[in-house]
Design a binder for this molecule. Structure first.
Ligand code: PAF
Length: 280
């Protein structure tokens, strides 16, 4: 497995693999079973698999957890090596963004859900992904459905800007008690960790109740009431949006994303399900 530490080395690697199919798995490291499932999917369908491991400073707002974000390079490299990854790309943030002036953003889709409290987040995500896409010219790029808004935004931006990359969504990986696996779960105290599976339980209650013609507010109430049975939960949002514009819907009559962000202490967790198109 090659370790690429800067853009020059990465471009050299890309040149050497010209005309091979490349699967890119963009990550911020501290890899877990969710990332492993993306890598496995990439391994199945591409000649070359590249994993980027980069805690991207431009997608963190002031006061967010950029500095504290968990990092473990040795463990990440081992997981990648064992999963048959061809190259990991882990640049130095200062060098990667040296004198950087160019950003990629999307209209409208960034403004709802997580974008309401994280206004610069998706600009940072699209900027780093644009750089990664240009550097590695992947055939396929793999994203978890846990970050549902990110997936919808990346898919739209890739279409709008004619990147010619296939964006592959992968299922949410969960702990046995239903908690969606996330690098941020390590922030939870023992008590908060016990409380957090309420999110999945509440979404499952919603999933059992959802049907065409239902009012979104009735569905939201079912989910919110369930989450509130956990005293440690602090709801940021529970919303039902359409999957094209990411706008709130009044009545469920098309493809929708049911998404939430909830804090347990200082830890902000997200989870969701899609209804109709990809309902699993
Ligand atoms: O989902 C993530 O881990 C990040 O947002 C991504 C896609 C790697 C961009 O930094």
């Amino acid at each position: 497995m090659k370790v690429l530490r800067n853009v020059e080395e990465a471009l050299e690697f890309t040149k050497g693999n010209y005309q091979k199919s490349v699967g890119l798995v963009p990550t911020m490291g501290f890899l877990h079973a969710g990332h492993k499932s993306l890598i496995d999917e990439a391994r199945k369908n591409n000649e070359i698999v590249v994993v980027s491991i980069f805690v991207n400073p431009t997608q963190f707002g002031p006061g967010e957890d950029y500095e504290a974000y968990p990092r473990d390079e040795e463990r990440d490299f081992k997981l990648c090596e064992e999963a048959g990854v061809d190259a990991v790309f882990t640049p130095d943030p200062k060098e990667f963004y040296q004198n950087h002036k160019t950003y990629v953003t999307i209209e409208d889709l960034k403004d709802n859900l997580c974008g309401k409290t994280r206004p610069i987040h998706f600009r940072g995500v699209l900027t780093v992904l644009t750089k990664l896409f240009h550097i590695f010219k992947p055939t396929n790029a793999y994203f978890g459905r846990k970050d549902a808004q990110q997936f919808l935004i990346v898919k739209k931006a890739v279409e709008d800007l004619n990147f010619g990359i296939n964006i592959v969504p992968c299922p949410i990986k969960r702990e046995e008690d239903g908690l969606a696996i996330s690098s941020r779960n390590v922030y939870l105290s023992e008590e908060e960790r016990k409380a957090a599976p309420i999110l999945h339980k509440a979404l499952e209650k919603g999933r059992a109740a959802i049907k065409k013609g239902m009012k979104a507010e009735d569905l939201i109430k079912i989910i919110v009431d369930e989450i509130k049975t956990e005293k440690l939960s602090d709801i940021e949002y529970v919303q039902v949006v359409d999957t094209k514009e990411i706008k709130d819907v009044d009545v469920i009559d098309g493809d929708v994303l049911v998404a939430l962000a909830v804090r347990f202490g200082k830890t902000r967790l997200i989870d969701n399900f899609f209804y109709e198109v990809w309902d699993v």
